[in-house]
Design a protein around this ligand. Structure first.
Ligand code: ZN
Length: 411
């Protein structure tokens, strides 16, 4: 028996094929259970618009396919208590991919977004792999084989990636550009699995909204502090995208008209002063000109080997030079964040991404800069925290994206 596809081919068309018709009804049941939790046959019948005997048959088939489980007797509404049914979250797997510039994280999750394994981290990314898509196809195949999971049981793949991604057309302009072809279509074809893509910083906000400190909050700014500086703006509980999906290019606001040239082509962007990429370049230059730091040992006396995580580790291990540099970076960030607070009056700012791993070494100087540069009345209602999801928020958000697109569709 083939596993039931939870994205029916002719989802939006009326079908007369009895098998396809039945499958559509089953998908309706699955989505309703996902969105509303356990239900009884009398609850489900009016939603799916079938008779009780038909519903019973459909549920029995779904139980055979392992997608639904029976929980026992529910609340009585007078008379006999009906059995309740719920989704079996372990019946399908979601693949999450956090595609970075220098590394890639891959995680397997169940339908309740619970991790099934510790995420794999590959030391190859968009800027370092020869053919990143080919690498992903191979790794996905390998991991499914190791875990003995058939492709049919994969609900979908969620991909978080950096750069400029047009939400209207689905075209990724900075990385993996396939002309006019939307990237998700290209990847769906290559993986042979339904694939959804999201900008990394918005994926991070999805992750924070679903699993992190933004849960239940209305107005939150999520910062993605890695090689670049990303910003996701949550307004009234929703991630704000802007006209084409480019809202939040905070790293490329001008802060120094006579500053360094940024890789975006402009001069003096915030990223030229406060990004992980700039931090790394500065460390390499300083070590080459004889700066004393444990980083020289960590890089085996070759400054070009210094990577951002190494600098963060050195700071955590008490290296004075690394800590001072992070503090300087944080003050520049704080000045920028002060502007954001004046514009958005958020209740919470979440510092996430790779740089957040240094915790207070980053957040304390940011707090101090905010005290210096914000109007106190505007500043007082904004909490600043380090993300509790560490640097896995984008990966979690990529998984949430698959669930949103497949199971959160209206039944
Ligand atoms: Zn720039």
């Amino acid at each position: 028996m083939n596993a039931l596809s939870l994205i029916p081919e002719d989802e939006d068309r009326i079908t007369t094929n009895p098998t396809k018709k039945k499958n559509k009804l089953k998908v309706k049941i699955i989505r309703y259970l996902h969105q509303h939790g356990k239900q009884s046959i009398p609850d489900l019948c009016p939603v799916v618009r079938v008779s009780a005997p038909t519903m019973k048959r459909l549920l029995e088939e779904l139980m055979k396919e392992n997608l639904v489980k029976v929980l026992g007797l529910g609340e009585s509404v007078g008379g006999r208590r009906p059995f309740t049914y719920d989704l079996n979250p372990d019946s399908r797997v979601v693949i999450g991919l956090d595609l970075g510039r220098y590394e890639t994280k891959l995680g397997l999750f169940n339908m309740a977004c619970m991790p099934l394994i510790e995420p794999y981290v590959f030391p190859e990314g968009l800027e370092t792999a020869d053919d990143v898509v080919d690498m992903l196809v191979k790794q996905i195949g390998k991991i499914l084989k190791i875990k003995k999971i058939s492709k049919e049981l994969v609900l979908g793949v969620g991909v978080s990636l950096p750069g400029l991604i047009d939400v209207k057309t689905g075209i990724s302009h900075s990385y993996l550009n396939y002309g006019q072809e939307p990237l998700a279509n290209v990847l769906s074809g290559k993986f042979g699995l339904p694939t959804f893509i999201e900008h990394d910083t918005r994926a991070l906000a999805r992750g924070e909204l679903m699993f992190g400190q933004a849960r239940g909050r209305r107005n939150v700014l999520c910062l993605n502090l890695g090689a670049g500086i990303g910003l996701s703006i949550i307004v009234e509980g929703r991630v704000y995208q802007g006209t084409s999906g480019y809202a939040g290019e905070f790293g490329h606001i001008n802060v120094d008209p006579d500053g360094e040239l940024c890789y975006c082509g402009k001069k003096g962007c915030l990223e030229t002063l406060a990004s992980g990429r700039t931090l790394r370049q500065k460390v390499i230059a300083d070590l080459r000109s004889g700066k004393k730091s444990m980083l020289m040992d960590m890089a085996e006396n070759d400054p070009s080997r210094v990577k951002l995580p190494m600098i963060l580790q050195a700071a955590l291990d008490g290296d004075q030079y690394a800590s001072e540099l992070i503090s300087e970076t944080a003050v520049h960030l704080g000045k920028g964040i002060a502007t954001l607070i004046h514009l958005f009056n958020p209740e919470l700012i979440i510092l996430g991404g790779m740089m957040a791993a240094v915790g207070n070494l980053l957040s304390d100087p940011i707090q101090q800069a905010l005290n210096t540069y914000c109007m106190p009345r505007v500043r007082q209602d904004t909490d600043v925290v380090i993300s509790s999801l560490a640097d896995s928020a984008s990966l979690m958000g990529a998984v949430a994206l698959v669930i949103d697109n497949i199971l959160d569709k209206k039944p």
